[in-house]
Design a protein around this ligand. Structure first.
Ligand code: AMP
Length: 214
């Protein structure tokens, strides 16, 4: 049976990086709600303006809107192939909505927790930069680009710092994770669908663990 792989971890745990590696090396499509919302927020519509404010403050978009975009986007995937969700579900309601989607699509859910200590998360979030062209993620402390502030693959593009990686939004995002998303770990654990991996150390070692878990 094809699966929906769900990566759960605090902001800055490295879910996006691992998801991108899985996509490159195993051809598992990664569907990131954060990326989809970042694309949507720049349109000139009331919804986009509201989304922009929500995201800059580090708050969550509504469950129903999120479900709508996840449902729409995942319906384009090959039913015979596994795909990965990065950043979804994040609330109990979203987890229930995902059960319904998985049933409809005839897929089983496999959750993976990427665990990183809090002090490390803070360093990662404030040091995070990304390429506006290809989305490659860097960190000024732990994974700097070859040349200052430009992408290794797109030297014409200056790296950008996410608007919601400022100190205030970061603390809201971490509190939201603790309050709303962390309880989902127990939910998946109880139903025997959770694997836990450590998200610190060498990138390749972490990737090895992710591969083992799927
Ligand atoms: P991320 O890149 O996953 O940290 O997501 C960036 C922002 O997009 C979040 O802070 C939320 O504002 C929004 N977002 C992403 N995923 C979700 C979700 N599953 N539910 C609600 N809002 C989300």
């Amino acid at each position: 049976m094809s699966k929906i792989i769900v990566l759960i971890g605090a902001p800055g745990a490295g879910k996006g990086t691992q998801a991108r590696l899985l996509e490159e090396r195993r051809e598992i499509p990664q569907i990131s709600t954060g990326d989809m919302f970042r694309e949507m927020k720049d349109a000139d519509t009331p919804l986009a303006r509201e989304l922009k404010e929500t995201m800059a403050a580090g708050k969550l978009a509504s469950d129903d809107l999120t479900y709508q975009i996840v449902r729409d986007r995942t319906s384009r995937e090959d039913p015979a192939k596994t795909y990965l969700l990065d950043g979804y579900p994040r609330t109990a309601v979203q987890a229930e909505q995902l059960e319904e989607l998985a049933r409809e699509q005839g897929r089983e859910i496999q959750a993976i927790e990427v665990d990183v200590p809090r002090d490390e998360l803070l360093k990662r979030l404030t040091g995070r930069r990304s390429c506006p062209v290809c989305g490659e993620i860097y960190n000024i402390y732990s994974k700097p680009p070859k040349a200052d502030n430009v992408c290794d693959f797109h030297p014409e593009a200056s790296l950008t710092h996410r608007a919601d990686d400022n100190e205030e939004s970061v603390s809201t995002r971490l509190a939201t994770y603790d309050g709303q998303t962390k309880p989902l770990l127990e939910y998946y654990e109880k139903s025997g669908r959770l694997k836990k991996i450590g998200g610190t150390g060498e990138l390749e070692a972490i990737y090895g663990e992710v591969e083992k878990a799927i």
